[in-house]
Write a protein that binds this ligand. Structure first.
Ligand code: CP3
Length: 343
């Protein structure tokens, strides 16, 4: 049975673009909030296979999306590397800062993959319950983005601690990136074996890097990850999301070998069509704020995404994650409008 989402990644445009949303399992859903409360901590929710599989499936039941994304987080890799990772309610992630070359020299080379076994089990459970026409997406954070949290020990407005370390101590910083590359390859291959049909690499903070640094810390690690995964799984379908690096997307696509790139709402359509969508599929790129606004503004914005990219290989998505205050009725409105598209 074919999966429209996978068909697009394999190069075959679909008349009605497949649709899913980044962060589709999350706080805008009352059923998510209920299970989140029952689980206790956020990491307990991620690492209890029964719960993680259930929240993965919640948005599929409601909206019948074309893809489910396994419920987990990009920071499970630092956790499996033995770093302390906590999620404080309302504050975001907290880690032990890895902010000197001395500390980096103590970083484990290999993650304890036993700690990630619950993620694999959640993938097996979710895959078993999903309709065969719906794809299951596995994911990891890109090394640069994961490193920004590991170095600073928390989210920062401008990723200054990681940028500074990359300038001052490039060898130590490269040590973090190398560890993340190797362990991400193994983690992604493990997710494919557990039932993921495709993979996404989230480089949320790629956009803060100047071109030379972007090449070194974003493009090159993504290229190595994709090469490493395909050595073990030659047909692996992989989506890259170097968020905010819009002008450098052609170089990213060329060098990494991704099957698709996720783009945000600032993208310039003719450049993307000519230099990116001509080579790979596009995923995106509705502004999550217009999904909160709803009404005629939402209809117009959906139509614009379809007009800009619907004639080529498109996976309809947001340009970044859905926000907790988004009304469910607006998601339904968006899905209806995309599925009514006659392209
Ligand atoms: O997309 C999905 O539905 C799958 C689940 C998923 C989560 N995080 C669940 C989550 C995915 C794909 C991620 C990726 C992730 N995690 C990224 C990259 C993508 C992006 O959104 O930029 C990043 C940077 C993180 C790190 C992270 N996790 C932060 C900064 C936070 C706190 C901010 C916030 O939204 O609360 C998290 C927590 C987190 N990860 C939540 C969810 C649903 C919220 C936690 C809660 O329910 O209390």
């Amino acid at each position: 049975m074919t999966k429209p989402f996978i068909e697009v990644l394999a190069g075959k445009r679909q008349a009605v673009p497949p649709i899913w949303m980044m962060r589709q399992a999350g706080r805008y859903l009352p059923e998510y909030r209920a299970l989140r409360e029952k689980a206790g901590s956020f990491l307990d929710l991620c690492f209890t296979p029964e719960y993680a599989a259930e929240v993965t499936l919640q948005p599929i039941r409601r909206f019948n999306f074309d893809a489910a994304i396994i419920f987990s987080d990009i920071l499970v890799i630092p956790h499996a590397l033995g770093r302390s990772v906590r999620f404080e309610a309302g504050e975001g992630p907290r880690l032990d800062p890895l902010d000197t070359p001395e500390k980096v020299s103590t970083l484990a080379a290999k993650a304890d993959f036993g700690k990630l076994e619950p993620v694999y089990e959640a993938l097996r459970r979710a895959r078993a319950e999903l309709d065969p026409t719906i794809a299951l997406i596995g994911f990891c954070g890109a090394p640069w983005t994961v490193a920004t949290y590991m170095v600073a020990g928390q989210g920062t407005p401008d990723q200054a601690p990681a940028r500074m370390m990359a300038y001052r101590h490039p060898e130590a910083f490269a040590g973090i990136i190398d560890v993340l590359v190797e362990n991400s390859i193994q983690y992604l291959v493990g997710q494919l074996k557990a039932g993921a049909d495709a993979l996404q690499v989230f480089d949320t903070w790629a956009g803060v890097l100047p071109p030379r640094e972007f090449e070194r810390w974003s493009i090159e690690p993504a290229r190595r990850i994709i090469e490493g995964v395909r050595k073990q799984a030659p047909d692996a379908k992989i989506i890259g999301f170097p968020r905010g690096a819009t002008g450098l997307l052609p170089a990213y696509v060329e060098a990494t070998g991704v099957n698709a790139v996720s783009i945000d709402w600032t993208a310039e359509p003719s450049m993307i069509r000519e230099r990116v969508q001509s080579k790979v599929a596009i995923q995106g790129n509705l502004d999550p704020l217009v999904l909160i606004a709803g009404g005629a503004a939402l209809d117009r914005a959906v139509d614009e995404v379809l007009a800009n990219y619907g004639k080529g290989r498109l996976i309809f998505n947001l340009g970044h994650g859905i926000q907790p205050e988004t009304p469910i009725a607006h998601v339904e409105q968006m899905v209806r409008r995309v599925r009514d598209y006659e392209g």
